[in-house]
Design a protein around this ligand. Structure first.
Ligand SMILES: C[S@@+](CC[C@H](N)C(=O)[O-])C[C@H]1O[C@@H](n2cnc3c(N)ncnc32)[C@H](O)[C@@H]1O
Length: 398
């Protein structure tokens, strides 16, 4: 006999995102203890997902089937059904029966008919759901509490070729290296807490995903990734083929960091040896990885997403535009970035204006660009000595 679900019907909260209005039992604090999970801070994430999935659908040029594996209130799956063109089946899954109840209520409230509109609700443990539905979806959205690491193997086994995987991680303290041991346990990678630890976190998550997928002769092609507020999110197309998978693993490697002069070196290949001493100052280097050192932003994909901003009704358009323009700017840059304030601290001088440092490096024929990862950092192909020289020359008070 199924369990009777109870909740306070007098105490519901209603919210509207995009074209979708949903309700759920009111709670005091956003946490995994909420009767039905809803986080208003993730509206930006859901809005960006709509643009990314629509861009992928246009690229694929066919009707797409989508799985929202951690459905919560149903807002994500219902929005995908209502707000993305050429959507076929949408499956919303959640282990919490009350979440499923609200997904049903919210679907009907938004005129999404469960059977007629190919909208289905499932209540399985996520790994079971993924393995039971092998090959059924063109898009799989993984948005769990904390780490997605427990689910990546099931996605790898079940997702079909030429599909899109949308992956969220909220365990940023592990991925960024605040807590080293959990990162090693969950992602089999050593993090390092540096000025560019959020980018490294995304690269560790991507590296772990690529290595897990490789077992199944599948590989990743990252279209967009961003670190925002308390979470990291990666959109990646999944392709198949043993030779191409082997080649894609050449993107796995290590970053060696010099704490003395802030130089960093990249070693490509899972079994590659890392650089022990800094080639610039001779100090012992610290290492992070294995991680994905390949592309994490795709220019064409992001341009398409920006082009869709005018045709979608989204509440966070200004934030999306600002974020996507930064991500577009970062495409084709080297991994990692240089924090001008950190370099100034290291040189014991006051920090110059970042734009001036960028102009100075541009004049020397290096690229120098802003990054969404940090307002005080730049991405550049200039060597550390050149960056330090520019910072010294332009330091305020000189
Ligand atoms: C972060 S919330 C999802 C939020 C939702 N995607 C959104 O955008 O609002 C995670 C959800 O996963 C469900 N969940 C947790 N562990 C699960 C598991 N092992 N299998 C399936 N669902 C799970 C929880 O009940 C919760 O509703």
């Amino acid at each position: 006999m199924s369990e009777k679900i109870t909740y306070d019907k007098e105490n519901l909260k209603t919210v509207k995102e995009g074209l979708t209005e949903i309700e759920f039992p009111e709670f005091d604090k956003v946490s995994s203890d909420a009767p039905v999970f809803y986080n208003p801070k993730m509206e930006l994430n859901r809005d960006i997902s709509i643009l990314a999935i629509q861009t992928f659908q246009k690229e694929l040029s066919q009707t797409i089937n989508v799985a929202d594996v951690f459905g919560g209130s149903g807002i994500r799956g219902i929005r995908y059904k209502k707000e993305i063109d050429n959507i076929g089946n949408v499956a919303v899954n959640d282990i919490n029966p009350l979440a499923n109840e609200f997904t049903k209520i919210n679907a009907l409230h938004n005129n999404v008919e469960i059977k007629e509109d190919n909208f289905e609700i499932f209540s399985h443990e996520a790994n079971n759901f993924l393995r039971m539905t092998r090959g059924e979806f063109d898009v799989v959205d993984i948005d769990p509490f904390g780490t997605p690491s427990f689910f990546v193997d099931s996605v790898a086994a079940s997702i079909k070729r030429n599909s899109l995987l949308c992956l969220t991680a909220t365990d940023t303290s592990a991925l960024c290296g605040t807590y080293k041991a959990p990162c090693i346990r969950k992602y089999n990678a050593k993090p390092y807490k540096s000025e560019y630890c959020h980018e490294n976190g995304i690269r560790i998550l991507a590296g772990f995903t690529a290595l897990t997928f490789a077992k199944y002769k599948k590989y990743i092609d990252i279209k967009l990734s961003h670190s925002t507020e308390h979470y990291m999110r990666i959109y990646m197309e999944i392709k198949k083929g043993s030779k191409a998978t082997d080649e894609s693993l050449e993107n796995i490697g290590y970053i060696s960091h010099c704490k003395n002069c802030l130089n960093r070196e990249f070693s490509y290949g899972l079994g590659s040896s890392t650089i022990d001493r800094c080639p610039v100052c001779g100090e012992k280097m610290v290492h992070a990885g294995p991680m994905w050192l390949g592309k994490i932003e795709d220019k064409d994909f992001i341009r398409e997403m920006l082009g869709l901003l005018d045709v979608k009704e989204l509440n966070t358009k200004d934030e999306i535009k600002s974020l996507l323009e930064k991500c577009l700017n970062e495409a084709e840059c080297n991994p990692s970035s240089y924090d001008i304030h950190e370099i100034s601290r290291c040189l014991k001088i006051s920090a110059p204006k970042i734009d001036k440092v960028m102009d100075d490096l541009n004049k020397k024929n290096y690229y120098a660009k802003r990054t969404h990862f940090s307002p005080t950092s730049i991405k550049t192909d200039a060597p550390i000595e050149e960056i330090r020289n520019s910072v010294k020359k332009l330091s305020i008070g000189k």
